[in-house]
Write a protein that binds this ligand. Sequence first.
Ligand code: AHG
Ligand code: MN
Ligand code: MN
Length: 337
Amino acid sequence: MKPISLTRYLIQEQHAGRINADLRLLIEVVARACKSISIAIGKGALGGVLGDAGTGNIQGEAQKKLDVLSNDILLEANAWGGHLAGLASEEMDHSQPIPDAFQRGNYLLLFDPLDGSSNIDVNISVGTIFSVLRCPDGVTAPGDEHFLQPGTAQVCAGYTTYGPSTQLVLTVGHGTHVFTMDREVGSFMLTQRDVQIPADTREFAVNMSNQRFWETPMQRYVGDLLAGREGPRGKDFNMRWVASMVADVHRIITRGGIFSYPLDAKCRDKGGKLRLMYEANPMAFIIEQAGGAASTGRQRMLEVQPSGLHQRVPVFLGSRNEVAEAVRYHQQFDSNG
Ligand code: AHG
Ligand code: MN
Ligand code: MN
């Protein structure tokens, strides 16, 4: 049977009363912007888009040309649709209300325009991550503080992965669904409905080069994974690390696993490496909707009360029994040392 398009899927969701017309339009616009980003990335060296932009973002990271281009594409596409009250991005110091010249809507959009940007120049998968919140009642020109809602308040989250094929993974709170871009037609087509992440796994994803900087519970947890069949876990584990969160999460969506970016001595002062509002929270929503789990190691990710737009957190997400194991090591350490 021919798969249905994203447009048709969204219309069906609207008719079923699960989303309204504004949210449908918002998702269509984000998907269209992601198609443009996918095309720019696909041109590679021929498009003159590789390399550094020569600028930095608020987090002190050097921006790639494609970080800036992807941000501009998402900003332009979402400014005039009438469905948003404001936007926030990894690449912008502060959120932006929709300009006065355009009609304002009821939603807030946060995004990581290009995730895994260290991988662009080596032709490895990168992606876009986004999260949608409601603008609080009575607020017409939202400021940063109006975006500081816990992940449970998200009404939609998604990511695209620009790999051998371009895929969009989406949730509006009724399961997680995978769409694949038909490059000839230019549409996202529903290729997997209701993804279910296996509860158990034998695969973990972490940057092992940080091992000596980790805190004790993480050292013990990964130590036991590495001990394999002879260790307390009684089974051998495989390791994968793409260093694009979207690609690592997409592997977990596809075949299970645990992804972790824990606290370490280098990022401790910042609270972690990955950003809560446009990396950890949207991924946590998508993973939970696919039957997985997401935690900081000490708290359910979606229940973290945010304190800043660019706040960082430790991340453990994926197969739910394995995430529970990682959490157990933290609990044990926190109560007994
Ligand atoms: P971004 O490119 O948006 O700044 O995010 C990069 C993140 C994430 O995609 C990935 O999991 C992690 O950084 C990679 O970290 P390492 O360089 O430590 O492997
Ligand atoms: Mn990122
Ligand atoms: Mn990024």
